[in-house]
Design a protein around this ligand. Structure first.
Ligand code: OAD
Length: 254
């Protein structure tokens, strides 16, 4: 079957579905210029060691190194704008009664594109919090609201003095419980789950499609390459999300 035929098949299912969950990963933002993690040539983790930069141990050992890495990623992401894939997902939300977008991404391109019902599993790169969460979890800190020496790494929390850190989930950390619970509910109640631009290698996010399938959902994947989930999906739309999602949206309207 051709990609066009698979898109039509996927669109037929979406057209009659009222409960849809979407799981997105770094691939959905790639066409906006945000690097993925595991692409062999330009993925972040092919150039940097995650254990040295994205764990609580790394931050405790060298807060400046980790802070500077996140400042570098923020600089990379600053010019990024939503691509046609983000926009198609925002438009799809308007057509489907119960539409939940679960993202592993720490950028805010889904929000910028106009998606509303978003569950963030891995936090937001543009937010910061006290590393001790001294006023409760999360104790968000606006680092623009006070003076600090930017040459010396992260500022101290204005409430308790502990270092401020990016409000993202690192390896070896638990996900925000409320977000994970909401994601599990959306997955298990979905008639269709779209899995877009994720390698499916990082749990618990990567377990959500399995929960959905167990409860009878049809799984549709969009990815130019096979992922760890491809063998388990019902329909694989092999292509870039910025190209495939607008075609899928258009096919839903016909
Ligand atoms: P990965 O970098 O592991 O995977 C990106 C996926 O996107 C791959 O399967 C690519 O084939 C696919 N891809 C590439 N270009 C694409 C395009 N144009 N359209 C659609 N798909 C494309 O990223 P994630 O699966 O998101 O965790 O990684 C999961 C987690 O691992 C991240 O959230 C992050 C990372 O460590 C934390 O930071 C906690």
């Amino acid at each position: 079957m051709t990609l066009a035929a698979f898109i039509d098949q996927a669109a037929r299912h979406l057209r009659i579905s009222t409960r849809v969950a979407v799981l997105t990963g770094a691939g959905v933002s790639k066409e906006s210029g945000v690097p993925t993690f595991r692409d062999a040539l330009d993925g972040l983790w092919s150039q940097y060691d995650p254990t040295a930069l994205a764990t609580p141990q790394a931050f405790n050992a060298n807060p400046k190194l980790v802070w500077d890495f996140y400042e570098f990623r923020r600089t990379l992401m600053r010019p990024a704008r939503p691509n046609a894939g983000h926009e198609a997902l925002a438009a799809m939300e308007q057509r489907i009664a119960d539409f939940t977008l679960i993202t592993q991404n720490v950028d805010d391109l889904h929000e910028q594109a106009g998606s509303h019902n978003i569950i963030r599993l891995h936090g937001r790169i543009n937010a910061n919090r006290c590393s001790a969460n001294c006023l409760g979890s999360p104790t968000l800190i606006d680092v623009e609201s006070f003076e600090w020496n930017r040459e010396q790494g992260p500022p101290g929390c204005p409430h308790c003095g502990q270092p401020v850190r990016p409000d993202v989930v690192w390896f070896d950390e638990v996900l925000p419980l409320a977000a994970l619970d909401a994601a599990k509910i959306a997955a298990t109640q979905a008639q269709v789950m779209l899995i877009i631009g994720t390698s499916g290698l990082v749990s618990p996010a990567a377990d959500l499609p399995r929960y959905a399938k167990h409860e009878g959902a049809l799984l549709i994947e969009i990815n130019p390459e096979p992922s760890a989930l491809t063998d388990h999906v019902d329909i694989w739309l092999q292509g870039a999300s910025g190209e495939v999602l607008p075609r899928l949206l258009a096919a839903m309207a016909t």
